[in-house]
Design a protein around this ligand. Structure first.
Ligand SMILES: Cc1ncc(COP(=O)(O)O)c(C=O)c1O
Length: 399
């Protein structure tokens, strides 16, 4: 959300730069550019911010997940452990890569748990596609140790977690590679855009080729470039990269404001008896994108959301009934309804998706409410919001 709150002169200037040269394509055409390479500059900003050795910008965060899987060698027939609580792009990416999603339990940190992953491992498990949900990191000590022990590839979908760190290290740098989204709702937006980061040069090269029809990007004659692998068109345009570049330059300011607002609201809400917060393993590294809290039961959380509606509390997400983020609503995934056959139709689903037993995830997401944090809120606005929230929550808790 906050990226769009800061759209201004800087974004316009970067876009105008591109429009003045007319070089809308991110590769080649050196003679037109007058030294302006927005996608490259965006990648440099991302490297600086995350500390990654390599960063690669693509057309969107969904494409970045697919590129990350491809570059990790995850594909046809591979079982990939995924969470039931994520944006559905995570699951679509596994399916379109030819993989077989295996759903495992999350815990109150809203991400796959070590225990959940361990229980879902079979002899066919190739990888874990870990999602850092709602702006903060998963339990990386436990998960990286388990992946090492079981010899599993770790790929990180950090679509919602640009700006999240775990013990000082950016999410996306714990596995083979990690992906971010720069869509309109994220901490930094390009309108549409995605990023892949990695510390491994070969992974970077593979992702770079994969996202541009296999082009090696070596030399200056595009038509004559070698194509080490097959790929597809997931290129970001220079116009989108220009917006993303201006936004990346603001990200530290946005992070600081969001975290301050998250802390302020957390302190205020902590007076409510029975309300608990997401136990983030590294609170320092939380990007402050959401304030995630739990009510004692699913019923109470649902009632609180209804009460928020009546009292004009905006900005709270109840993912349990949200179409995009929780498995209960994913009938098309469970029914494997695709317009054309996928590998999973031939190979068979590794689980009975219509009868999955994920009681822990059901309980966690049922009780969860996530307040999206705005960076531009004033203290007065937050005070007004929190009073309304507390009144509504206490009303349902006391009823
Ligand atoms: C966890 C996660 N992965 C992937 C994506 C896909 O990103 P995009 O919308 O840029 O395709 C999102 C988008 O919200 C997301 O939340």
């Amino acid at each position: 959300m906050p990226g769009m709150e800061f759209f201004g002169a800087e974004e316009r200037k970067e876009v105008l730069d591109v429009l003045e040269t007319g070089a809308l394509f991110r590769y080649n055409h050196e003679e037109m550019r007058h030294g302006k390479w927005k996608a490259r500059e965006l990648e440099a900003e991302v490297r600086k911010f995350t500390g990654a050795k390599f960063a690669h910008a693509v057309s969107n965060g969904s494409a970045a997940v697919l590129a990350a899987l491809a570059a990790a060698g995850v594909g046809h027939g591979h079982e990939v452990i995924v969470p039931p609580f994520t944006f559905m792009a995570t699951i679509e990416a596994v399916l379109y890569a030819g993989g077989l999603p295996v759903f495992a339990e999350i815990d109150e940190n809203l991400c796959l748990s070590v225990e959940g992953i361990r229980k879902a491992i079979t002899p066919k498990t190739k990888a874990v596609l870990l999602v850092h949900m709602c702006g903060a990191a998963a339990d990386m000590d436990g998960i990286t140790a388990l992946c090492k022990e079981k010899n599993l590839i770790l790929v990180e979908d950090a679509g919602q977690a640009l700006g999240a760190f775990y013990k000082g290290k950016s999410v996306g740098l714990f596995g083979t590679s990690g992906s971010f989204s720069l869509d309109f709702f994220k901490i930094a937006t390009a309108g549409e855009g995605g990023l892949l980061i990695t510390n491994d040069e070969q992974t970077y090269k593979d992702a770079d080729c994969y996202s541009d029809h296999g082009h090696s990007h070596v030399g200056d004659a595009r038509g004559m470039e070698p194509h080490p692998v097959l790929g597809f068109n997931f290129r970001i345009s220079e116009l989108h990269a220009a917006v993303g570049l201006a936004q990346m330059r603001k990200i530290n300011m946005i992070l600081k404001a969001k975290k301050a607002n998250q802390n302020y609201l957390k302190e205020k809400l902590s007076v409510v008896k029975g309300l608990t917060f997401r136990p983030v393993p590294d609170p320092e590294g939380d990007s402050g994108t959401f304030l995630n809290f739990f009510l004692p039961t699913t019923e109470l959380a649902g009632k609180a959301m209804a009460e928020f509606g009546k009292s004009g509390v905006a900005g709270c997400n109840y993912w349990f009934t949200n179409m995009y983020h929780f498995i209960n609503q994913w009938d098309h995934v469970k029914g494997l309804k695709s317009s054309a056959p996928l590998a999973i139709h031939d190979l068979g689903a590794p689980q009975d998706y219509n009868n999955l037993q994920l009681p822990k995830s059901q309980n966690v997401v049922g009780r969860l409410i996530s307040l999206g944090i705005r960076a531009t809120w004033t203290k007065e606005q937050m005070d007004e919001l929190v009073v309304k929230m507390i009144t509504a929550i206490q009303k349902v808790m006391n009823s």
